[in-house]
Design a protein around this ligand. Structure first.
Ligand SMILES: Nc1ncnc2c1ncn2[C@@H]1O[C@H](COP(=O)(O)OP(=O)(O)OP(=O)(O)O)[C@@H](O)[C@H]1O
Length: 258
């Protein structure tokens, strides 16, 4: 379970971009986060895997408080958080297998990784996952020879090789054509069920969020103002999520505080 409580993030001395945010995700649900540009969606995801340091508040993953971790404990916790990126973040000159095995970095010795001496079990698991997502035939192909959809499948397998307890996806389909985009969303939904994983997806495409996720969280300038089933996301809710401006919302905060 992911339990976020009273999370605040402020970059430098600016206004907070996450304002006392609470969010709990249980079990294998697929949750999308929607909201205008600048609402704080990426910041939220990045606070969870500590690519961004939260200013205050708590983030617990299956009982482990993530915000206080340092050094080896932080690295160990990060291994349990799979991340899928908009730009795939593959190493182009490496093969698909090498990219996928980089998900095991931290589990195996640096020497074994440099020498590409992957444990048999890791190779077996990689093939199993690559078969599952339809890229096993490219195991020895350089990553830059693949299409966008195939590259994102490599990104997904790499994240799953970490044996994660949660999968975070930051606009995973924004670089893909509409059909491929739907295939990747379908894949994330199906894998969440098969692997019993919670999946949190930051997404701009509301139609896909409605079709492929179980729950939609709508953010407006640092706050969650909608959290419900896709069927409840009506026009009024949409207007509320996509209206406002950072300035107007700040004025409301000041009014509420005074
Ligand atoms: N590294 C940073 N330093 C300073 N401000 C930042 C930084 N990263 C993000 N911000 C600011 O934080 C706010 C939230 O940004 P964030 O990228 O989290 O929003 P978003 O909802 O993911 O937007 P988008 O949909 O455009 O990706 C924005 O005002 C942005 O300018």
């Amino acid at each position: 379970m992911l339990k976020i409580t009273d999370l605040v993030k402020r970059y430098g001395s600016g206004d907070p971009v996450l304002k006392n945010l609470d969010l709990t995700i249980e079990g294998e649900s697929v949750v999308s986060i929607i909201g205008s540009s600048g609402a704080g969606k990426s910041t939220l995801l990045r606070c969870i895997n500590r690519l961004v340091e939260p200013t205050s508040g708590s983030i617990e993953l299956n009982g482990t408080e993530l915000t206080k971790l340092r050094g080896g404990n932080l690295r160990a916790a990060r291994r349990k958080i799979g991340m899928v990126f908009q730009g795939f973040n593959l190493v182009d000159r490496l093969t698909v297998m090498e990219n996928v095995q980089s998900g095991r970095l931290g589990y195996i010795s640096t020497w074994a990784a440099i020498m590409r001496r992957y444990p048999k079990e890791d190779i077996r698991r990689a093939y199993e996952l690559m078969e599952r997502v339809g890229i096993a035939q490219y195991a020895n192909t350089r990553a830059d020879q693949l299409s966008g959809g195939e590259r994102q499948r490599v990104g997904v397998v790499r994240a799953l090789m970490q044996d994660p307890e949660i999968l975070l996806a930051d606009e995973p389909t924004a670089s893909l054509d509409p059909k491929t985009s739907e295939q990747i969303m379908g894949l994330l939904r199906d894998l969440a069920g098969e692997l019993k994983l919670p999946v949190l997806i930051n997404i701009h495409n509301v139609t896909e969020a409605k079709e492929y996720t179980d729950r939609i969280v709508g953010m407006r300038y640092g706050r969650i103002i909608f959290d419900d089933k896709p069927a409840s996301l009506d026009q009024e809710a949409m207007d509320s999520i996509y209206s406002g401006s950072p300035h107007a919302d700040r004025s409301e905060d000041l009014k509420a505080a005074s």
